[in-house]
Design a binder for this molecule. Structure first.
Ligand code: ADP
Ligand code: ZN
Ligand code: ZN
Length: 724
């Protein structure tokens, strides 16, 4: 009887053999239920086996083949194998973690028949102009449907009140549901004439036959999104599917509506962890069926099956959130590049501040560099960046005189200001003025952050929280002082300086509730806020035309950080926030309060010279022997007992040295956060100047690691790590 090898969600690097009775229909890529231990578990049929290493009487039969959804395509299975190999993560866990949660359960899935709305005979006969004027949304829907039938989602993008209007139209008998008609052409709302630079970029990618990786380096506001739109149009005309990866869930609903408005009758789905399980599975299956022509998603979307994939786009390619930090620690950007290569299609990586890895690849000719040097909307220019030397101009409550004056000027002119501060809470720590006691987390090597709103001290690492004590726990003194500035404290300070101003704080605390951030964004757009105080949530990809000032409060920590990527990140972040200022007809200004105004980072920021900055950083990295000049793997271990974690790592280190391969093996060191949630954390770094050598080393080293006793520990390998 035939033997099938099945991927299971267990931490072993093998597949598992099962027999299939001859009258069972089973295809590779199908989900199956199989016995494992005493349980019945879900697996994925990966390959047929000639024979098994197990004695035939020990091989159990497949319990059930799930045929509610079509089998996963071979191409995806190949991609999963590549990820498992490259990231040295068990194949079964890799394969199953790529599936939407709903497909990992055994309950059958009923595919929703996607219906469309169309005008009925009565609707076609109706003269839209005879409807009362106040029924604008109804009119808009009828107008749209007179062109072409549309899905509910497409109609919803027309207006927030579209569902109610649609209901009324259906009740009136003017609109009806029907099965979708297959279409070849699509409507394309070409909003802008491309600039010459944009056109060149579009042409270069569109003319690429087969695989090619393009790095689209465009200053903020240069119209990268417009390039994506035109490339999508091109690929849709050729019958291809397009995958667009974006870093943040926050941004997807906005972008989704935007792309729908540009392609009103194209089936577009999004894939991200903010979707309900059922919806995510439906969207994934629509992608797999080829029905969804545009797939917009966060990193997990890189695994969506796309039978007609013609182009991959990665927006803000430098963003660290493309890297998964647990389980399969993959970089969605890197997997996307592999996928484009495997599939033989072009891929474009867009950013105003490319990662040094990508920039280096563009310099060496592995990627093709496309430049956008001008802002798309004339006369919008880049903001003027000023550094305030905090050694010369002392701060009051964290604010300098010039920044206060600049905010005041914006208030006078009815324009918006953004104060960027990457610390949520009221103050990063609480201190006793009598004995110097600091609020520390019992469970972590970190400080408890003061949150005054609910009078708690909270650990941002492990979630521990407690009431603010009335007196110092060590000496009993009642004089406890907040030290440093968080977003809540800045909000309070700005209220006291500008009592009339409408202040909006945007951070993880204020946007936690569903819909809160959407509501705030609307407030900002509608001009209902004068001063925004925000963490990086505010920095990314938003377009606030009335915002003309960005104040950056205390960026200096990153300049001399132990993390060698900190200054790269800071430059990207400041370019992003700065890019929020002055996008429309108003010039923007960025004011940075720093003790190091002459640092090369700020010089480059003032000159808007990413390229010079990238050259400086690359030279430093080459000298120091850091990525992108070397490839790294980080072995991390954590456990309740520090000595156990260390012993494991030391043993791993000896094993690495014994392999005597041309890799550099560093010493065992504590993690940047040496204790978290009562676990001691340490790590071991290994690197090589060749990716291939590092991979060979890992293939030799990993089995030893797997064989080492580690029952009280958690350990993991992170290939191409971003966090240490
Ligand atoms: P980026 O993603 O590079 O920051 P966007 O794509 O958001 O830039 O474009 C910035 C603004 O310029 C948007 O409002 C967009 O509609 C507009 N825009 C883009 N391309 C053009 C063009 N060719 N002509 C006029 N406006 C454009
Ligand atoms: Zn004290
Ligand atoms: Zn903690």
């Amino acid at each position: 009887m035939p033997i099938i090898r099945v991927a299971l969600d267990v931490p072993l690097s093998t597949l598992f053999d099962y027999v299939v009775s001859v009258d069972t229909q089973l295809e590779i890529g199908q989900r199956v239920i199989v016995p494992f231990g005493r349980k019945q578990v879900l697996g994925l049929a990966m390959e047929w086996a000639e024979q098994s290493e197990l004695a035939s009487e020990r091989i159990k039969p497949v319990t059930q083949v799930l045929d509610d959804v079509p089998p996963l395509p071979q191409e995806l299975l190949t991609l999963l194998r590549f990820c498992s190999d490259y990231y040295h993560h068990p194949l079964g866990m890799t394969a199953l973690s790529a599936l939407p949660t709903r497909l990992r359960t055994v309950e059958p899935i009923t595919l929703k028949q996607s219906l469309e709305y169309a005008l009925s005979a009565a609707g076609k006969a109706l003269d839209v102009a005879t409807l009362p004027k106040r029924r604008v949304v109804q009119q808009r829907i009828l107008q749209a449907l007179s062109q072409i039938p549309m899905s509910g989602a497409q109609l919803r993008s027309l207006s927030p009140s579209a569902p109610a209007a649609l209901k009324a139209l259906v009740e009136a008998g003017w609109v009806e549901l029907c099965a979708p008609v297959p279409r070849t052409a699509h409507v394309f709302n070409s909003a802008h004439m491309l600039t010459a630079e944009q056109q060149q970029a579009v042409d270069a990618v569109a003319q690429q036959a087969g695989y090619g990786c393009f790095l689209l380096h465009g200053i903020t506001g240069s119209g990268k999104t417009e390039i994506y739109v035109h490339l999508m149009h091109e690929m849709l005309q050729r019958g291809g599917q397009v995958l667009l990866l974006v870093p943040e869930i926050n941004l997807t609903p906005q972008l989704e509506n935007y792309f729908r408005s540009r392609f009103p009758d194209v089936e577009l789905v999004s894939l991200h962890s903010g979707l309900a399980d059922g919806e995510r599975a439906q969207n994934w299956l629509k992608a797999q069926a080829g029905e969804a022509r545009i797939v917009l998603g966060t990193r997990l979307a890189v695994f969506a099956p796309l039978p007609q994939l013609g182009l991959i786009l990665v927006d803000e390619e430098h963003d660290a959130s493309f890297k998964q930090q647990d389980g399969l620690r993959y970089s969605a950007r890197d997997v996307a590049i592999f996928r484009a290569n495997q599939r033989g299609v072009p891929i474009a990586l867009g950013s105003a501040t490319p990662s040094l890895e990508s920039w280096y690849n563009a310099q060496s000719g592995r990627y093709r560099l496309l430049r956008l040097t001008q802002r798309a909307v004339q006369p919008a220019t880049l903001p003027i960046v000023r550094c305030i030397d905090v050694n010369q101009l002392p701060l009051q409550d964290g604010l300098s005189q010039p920044l206060l004056a600049a905010i005041e000027a914006r208030l006078q002119r009815g324009e918006q200001s953004l104060i960027f501060i990457n610390r949520r809470g009221y103050a990063p720590v609480l201190m006793c003025t009598a004995c110097g006691w600091l609020s520390e987390c019992k469970h972590c090597a970190g400080k408890l952050v003061l949150h005054l709103k609910d009078r708690t001290l909270r650990c941002h690492h492990c979630g521990f929280q407690q009431r603010v004590p009335h007196a110092c726990p060590t000496c009993g003194d009642a004089d406890l002082k907040p030290v440093g500035i968080g977003t809540q404290r800045m909000e309070e300070t700005l209220h006291s300086y500008f009592p009339q101003a409408r202040i909006l704080r945007v951070d993880r605390d204020s946007t936690r509730n569903k819909g809160a951030w959407d509501a705030m964004r609307k407030q900002i757009h509608d001009g209902e806020a004068d001063i925004l105080i925000g963490t990086q949530i505010l920095a990314k990809g938003h377009d606030f035309p009335n915002l003309t000032l960005v104040g950056v409060l205390n960026p200096d920590g990153a300049l001399y950080s132990a993390d060698f990527r900190a200054s790269e990140k800071l430059f990207a972040q400041l370019t992003q926030v700065g890019g929020r200022a002055g996008r429309a007809d108003k010039a923007g200004e960025v004011i940075v309060q720093t003790a190091f105004p002459n640092h090369p980072l700020f010089q480059a920021l003032r000159a808007h010279d990413y390229e010079a900055w990238a050259q400086t950083l690359l030279a430093e990295r080459q000298m120091a022997g850091f990525p992108p000049f070397v490839y790294q793997v980080l072995l991390s271990a954590e456990g309740k007992q520090e000595k156990e974690a260390l012993a494991f790592l030391h043993q791993a280190r000896v094993a690495a040295l014994n392999l005597a391969m041309p890799v550099e093996v560093y010493g065992v060191v504590p993690a940047a956060m040496p204790r978290r949630a009562n676990h001691h954390r340490a790590q071991l770094l290994v690197q090589s100047d060749k990716r291939k050598t590092l991979q060979e080393f890992l293939r030799a080293w990993k089995p030893t690691l797997d064989g080492m006793p580690a029952h009280k520990l958690r350990w993991s390998l992170d290939i191409d790590p971003l966090e240490f």
